[in-house]
Design a protein around this ligand. Structure first.
Ligand SMILES: [Zn+2]
Length: 143
């Protein structure tokens, strides 16, 4: 299937990662329904923008930014594959709920891993998700 290079959310600009997740009017509308601060330095590339988030945001806002980015990407994929775009408010609500659920699971462990953190790091041009905590809501051979 051929993928149209125009942004599936606004239909106005060529789609790249920075546009889809940060600068698109739809992406900005989603962010405006969250408690995240506006963060629009003059970076043309998403990796630099995300490094700026990791450097300038509080840990709570980094976690929220990751949830918001994930849900923006899901919304973008719905636009591409289902020709349906959820409202920016619905995407922001889903991101906030995802983060709250994640925090509940990680705060209620009887084992206690108080220093769990999550991050995405850029390594040789690729993002690698990393957490320093065991998944508490499941049993694993890795514990
Ligand atoms: Zn757009």
């Amino acid at each position: 299937m051929e993928v149209e290079p125009t942004c599936p959310m606004c239909g106005l600009h060529p789609e790249d990662t920075m546009h889809a997740l940060v600068s698109c009017v739809y992406a900005r509308a989603v962010r405006s329904h969250t408690t995240l601060p506006s963060f629009s330095p003059p970076y043309a590339e998403f990796p630099l923008w995300f490094e700026g988030v990791l450097t300038n945001f509080s840990s709570d806002n980094i976690m929220l930014a990751a949830a918001v980015l994930y849900h923006k990407w899901r919304a973008r994929n719905r636009a591409v594959w289902e020709a349906a775009l959820p409202s920016p408010r619905a995407v922001a609500t889903a991101a906030t709920a995802t983060l709250q659920a994640w925090r509940l699971v990680h705060a209620s462990s009887p084992q206690g891993h108080p220093h769990s953190t999550g991050t995405l790091r850029l390594v040789h041009g690729h993002y690698i998700a990393a957490f320093n905590s065991h998944p508490r809501a499941c049993l694993s051979f890795l514990h």
